[in-house]
Write a protein that binds this ligand. Sequence first.
Ligand SMILES: NC(=O)c1ccc[n+]([C@@H]2O[C@H](COP(=O)([O-])OP(=O)(O)OC[C@H]3O[C@@H](n4cnc5c(N)ncnc54)[C@H](OP(=O)(O)O)[C@@H]3O)[C@@H](O)[C@H]2O)c1
Length: 246
Amino acid sequence: MDSSSTSDRVLVAGASGATGQELLSALRPTDLAVRATTQSYANVTPLERHGVDEVMVVDFFESADAVAAVEDCDIVCCALGTPPSWRHVTGGKLVDRTGVINLVTAAVSEGVSYFVHESAIGVGNSKSGMPLPARLLVRGSLAAKEDAEAALRRSGLNHTIVRPGKLTNDPPTGEVVVGEGGDSVSGSISRADVARVMAAAPFTPEAHDRTLEIVGRDGLSGRPTNLVDIDWATDQLVADRKHRRI
Ligand SMILES: NC(=O)c1ccc[n+]([C@@H]2O[C@H](COP(=O)([O-])OP(=O)(O)OC[C@H]3O[C@@H](n4cnc5c(N)ncnc54)[C@H](OP(=O)(O)O)[C@@H]3O)[C@@H](O)[C@H]2O)c1
């Protein structure tokens, strides 16, 4: 898809969340139109002040809300997550599974060109990257995220799944270490760096249809293996908009 048509629209699902807000900052200098979602009417004005083009109040447990949210969008950036809850341990009804799968299904039916999904190190074959005590505390949501990842891979959508390590609210560094195959990197990364990678992924051919573990260079712990070198199109996102292609 050629984005020189100027009106490509990105859905930021979970825009009111901590990574979501960083995604809005990463997308703000671009010419992409941004649709932001939240569950709460109280978040509408703050999101509008963030400069987004459109805010929708939705509940992604409702498939009709997912369809309405993705309508006319070219790209979906999914930064949904469950707030602190015992369901992280026990599992059950979690937006990390049901909400994301509703969004993937809607993206297929609405003909979305690219889907970027924030998962986590610890999910599926990356479990060794999360210490066991932490894994036990979020085993319900890890299982939900594994189902959501599988649904996205099966969907036929062009996609990138990013699995960040422990998230921090530190400023962006631009120094991201990327691994692949699950048993690769572990440590922490700022949400700002995750967001920049997510925003660039649709325009970064090496990232297409891959599941990538990411940590910050400063946050790296242990010995990294299975590293991959990706030249994220972060500069191109802003500077070369005429030639940017998904
Ligand atoms: N914490 C970590 O160290 C860590 C590490 C790796 C990966 N992750 C994962 O990274 C993702 C982002 O985490 P974060 O802490 O940046 O996010 P967050 O602040 O928890 O934000 C979550 C977002 O999801 C939205 N949401 C939740 N349920 C929803 C529903 N039913 N319908 C519509 N929207 C819904 C929230 O909307 P409202 O604001 O309107 O409620 C919010 O915008 C999560 O999946 C998290 O599990 C976390």
